[in-house]
Ligand binder design. Structure first.
Ligand code: F6P
Length: 321
């Protein structure tokens, strides 16, 4: 393999830059030319290509975001757009493609591979940690740490005022981020889309906690399970004596300096992705299971769903007595 390309696709995640650095330097170390595609799949379609060097990725290990930029490009669902994108790669004599992105990006990568037999390897990067086949995605650890920082601060004021706080975290249709955040922030209650939620049960739980001397309460709400504002309104109606407040953490979860675990994962995934292309093993996503690096067929990644760790609810309940 003499020339490969790299793109960051979909929503950004902290650590994407670490993965870019790793892919670029591993490719160059193996005497492979590396082309950066700007703006993700949109840039692939519009042929926004640029040759990268080892120096192109200097000083980015500690930066959130992506130097290659990214766009939501729903038009990539259209086969004609993908065909033009494939032709762009062929025209430039690019022999392999590494995509760094979330679940939707894995689908785009899989289609390029399955429809045109183009050598593609995907690196999972998303704050949502909702991708089948890997315990962790790049950026998840950083987003959890960002939420810890924010919720610790909210806890101070929640305790002082004896208020109930609903904190809405990202995660799209998945509750993985909310559950992890809930455990490590000492939330009394976590609400996720995968588990049916009953407002009257929640009211009872809050009342029970009050009887046990708990005057303030932290509720972590996954965005996929509803809006914090709506829940705050409903709870205020049912518990008029309580002060219910809410905060939407929003896009701060997507930015910031990548943490130790995010940097390590991104660096290892980058090296592994280039290795797979060199070895002629295409149509895979690089992942981690326990301490082991694994390669998951993209056909599995796009057809199977990662389930949240429901057993965490038991821990959350025990910790909130
Ligand atoms: O997938 C990452 C994510 O941050 C989700 O948690 C969130 O729902 C979505 O992206 C937001 O997307 P956008 O950046 O397009 O608003």
């Amino acid at each position: 393999m003499k020339k490969i390309a790299l793109a960051t696709t979909g929503g950004d995640a902290p650590g994407m830059n670490c993965a870019i650095r790793s892919v670029v330097r591993t490719a160059i170390y193996n005497k492979i030319e590396i082309i950066g595609i700007y703006d993700g799949f949109k840039g692939l379609y519009e042929k926004k290509f640029l040759l990268l060097s080892s120096r192109s990725v200097s000083g980015i290990i500690n930066q959130g975001g992506t130097i290659l930029k990214t766009k939501r490009f729903y038009e990539f669902k259209n086969r004609e757009i993908r065909e033009i994108s494939y032709k762009n790669l062929k025209e430039e004599n690019i022999e392999g493609l590494i995509t760094i992105g979330g679940e939707g990006s894995a689908k785009g990568a899989y289609l390029l591979y399955s429809e045109f037999n183009f050598p593609v390897v995907h690196i999972p990067a998303s704050i949502d940690n909702d991708i089948y086949g890997t315990d962790y995605t790049i950026g998840f650890d950083t987003a959890v740490n960002t939420a810890i920082d924010a919720i610790d601060k909210i806890r101070d004021t929640a305790t002082s005022h004896e208020r109930t706080f609903i904190i809405e975290v990202m995660g799209r249709e998945s509750g993985n981020l909310a559950l992890e955040v809930g455990i490590v922030c000492g939330a009394e209650i976590v609400i996720i889309p995968e588990v049916k939620f009953d407002i009257d049960k929640l009211v009872e739980e809050i009342k029970e906690e009050e009887k046990r001397g708990k005057k303030s309460c932290i509720i972590v709400l996954a965005e996929g399970a509803g809006k914090a504002e709506d829940l705050a309104k409903k709870l205020s109606e049912k518990l008029p004596e309580r002060e219910i407040k809410y905060t939407v953490l929003g896009y701060i979860q997507r930015g910031g300096k990548p943490t130790y675990l995010t940097r390590k994962l991104a660096t290892i995934f980058g090296v592994e992705a280039v290795k797979l292309l060199i070895e002629g093993r295409y149509g895979y996503m690089v992942g981690i299971k326990g301490d082991n690096i694994v390669y998951i067929p993209l056909s599995d990644v796009v057809s199977k769903t990662k389930t949240p760790k429901i057993e965490y609810f038991d821990i959350i309940q025990k910790m909130s007595i």
